[in-house]
Design a protein around this ligand. Sequence first.
Ligand code: COA
Length: 397
Amino acid sequence: MNGERYAQITGWGMAVPERVLTNADLTKVVDTTDEWIVSRTGIQQRHVVASEKESTMTLATRAARRALRVADLAPIQLGLVIVATATPEYSFPSTASLVQDALGATNAGAFDLSAGCSGFIYALSVASDIIRSGDAEHVLVIGAETLTRITDWTDRNTCVLFGDGAGAVVVSAWDERCGVQASVLGSDGSGGDVLILPAGGSHAPTSHETVSSGGHFIKMNGREVFRFATTIIPKATEAVVEKAGWQLADLALVIPHQANIRIIESTAKRLRLPLDKFFVNLERYGNTSSASIPIALCEVIDGGRVKAGDKLVLVGFGAGLTWAAAAIEWGVPTPVKPQPWPRRWLASLRFALATIRSTVRRAERRVYNWAMGPVGKEDWRGRLRQRVDRWRGRGYT
Ligand code: COA
């Protein structure tokens, strides 16, 4: 201990939709083959949302609940919720606010972060800095996507690549030197059009025209992205290792963004590291954008591939164009002991109460607006409204 604060990952969880779409399934939709997809990308299947009940927010909430259980943390202890996503529930409100409400994280601020597939590492870096500055004790960082909701199922160049899912970590203040040791963030907006969702923003608001021209689907220049990724991933890895004061040879594992096995193989070659130092699970999930690294991290931890003292690098690239890397010294002993049943029960009770609380607050708002009449009227309803407003105001301190 040296009196400094560190930002340690103390909880982790992931969630993917149940429905699996295999390469064979895709051959029925577009002109492709299992052989082409596997040899060019390494992907064999992906999980996809199947009903209206599944969305970015529901996946994020499931992953977050698991992370909170592992951290053995009550949602009210969170100071901030960040959701990195390119497929938010809505343009606004933020997905993070919806997750904050669903969890009952009533003391937390919440915002979404948009940095393409690099988003999770951006969010982790922000969380780490906020914790180290002393502004929060616990931050929930989530990467969550439903990319298949913006996928053009007639475009074989893109539809074979993406999948849905979410991964979450709890980052907590720690007094021993471990956790996030350094991060590197980068952007080159001149490549913005290389990977883009062209319509639905202020540049091209939704119209009949944007819908009929397919403007609400992912457009990508695959070769450009490939070139960018194979250059930037080794550079970002080297930069973050240097910033942390480590050597490449110190690394126990690199967890790269899961986009294409050929990008990972090229990175291993350029860095002169053996391929088995790179964790790969893209064959099962495809590219889940900002969810890919936290999902991979969960599998690394739960699969026993990391132990206390190990040095890890997380590294990603994506729309923007952006890139990001984080150097993490693992500090939590694994595997984590299962919690005794009373604590598990308490966690379930908290989540159930959060759902009830959210429902009651929504209902209360509706009743209030119906019963209190228009703002500013000076009759008895106006006076009642003023009283109730004063009382309700207490909830927002
Ligand atoms: N099935 C069969 N053929 C396909 C196909 C598919 N699903 N998708 C593309 N093709 C065809 C192309 O039409 C092209 O045919 P053509 O030569 O007759 O025009 C041919 O395959 C080769 O295309 P090319 O783009 O050179 O393939 P590639 O080896 O570069 O692989 C990607 C394409 C998309 C897999 C690869 O470029 C890639 O992974 N890029 C990075 C994408 C990425 O990571 N995006 C997310 C960033 S976060």
